[in-house]
Write a protein that binds this ligand. Structure first.
Ligand SMILES: [Mg+2]
Length: 178
């Protein structure tokens, strides 16, 4: 049974609508800017605008999945290759920051290391998990995170993969059935 759901940000929780990810000044920014601001748009709580203009759309089904997790006592974490302040602020702009028990974002691709930090923080908070009780969902564009998850023996589902997590309904099914 899944007890901890770890989610990626860009292209998983939300869709970058303007060609740049959460911390990126340009599409292939090697450094990023740690100090972006984010605000909800007036007419759509699922659309957030960064201070310099780019839009980010929360994926359909994310709020339902979070509600399902809360209902089942599944704890939630974000694991993101990003600058953590930006992730914190974009989650606040979507009104979701308080739904996540752990938010770990760092500017590198070692998500196994980030997940270890999430698990350590959960352990410190009194929540221990068997690896099979943990599900990590990421769009994994370079196909590196599946292997990192396998190294930790945790479950992995690739967001957008037709047989894994085609959409957030599929994530909900995994939370109920794994
Ligand atoms: Mg991503």
């Amino acid at each position: 049974m899944i007890k901890l759901l770890i989610l990626d940000g860009d292209d998983t929780l939300w869709q970058p609508m303007s060609g740049v990810c959460c911390s990126d000044r340009t599409p292939d920014d090697a450094i990023g800017d740690p100090n972006f601001t984010f605000a909800p748009t007036p007419d759509d709580r699922d659309m957030v605008q960064r201070g310099d203009g780019p839009l980010f759309a929360l994926h359909e089904g994310v709020r339902d999945t979070i509600a399902l997790a809360h209902e089942r006592g599944v704890r939630l974490a974000v694991c993101s290759w990003n600058h953590v302040g930006n992730i914190d602020r974009i989650l606040r702009a979507f009104g979701l920051r308080d739904d996540f028990d752990q938010v770990v974002a760092e500017w590198h691709t070692n998500k196994a290391g980030m997940i270890k930090k999430i698990l350590a923080a959960e352990s410190a908070a009194g929540h221990e998990y068997h690896p099979r009780e943990v599900l990590f969902v990421d769009d994994d564009p370079s196909d590196i995170y599946r292997g990192q998850a396998a190294g930790l023996n945790i479950n992995f589902a690739k967001m957008g993969h037709p047989d894994e997590a085609a959409d957030w309904n599929a994530v909900q099914r995994l939370v109920k059935t794994l």
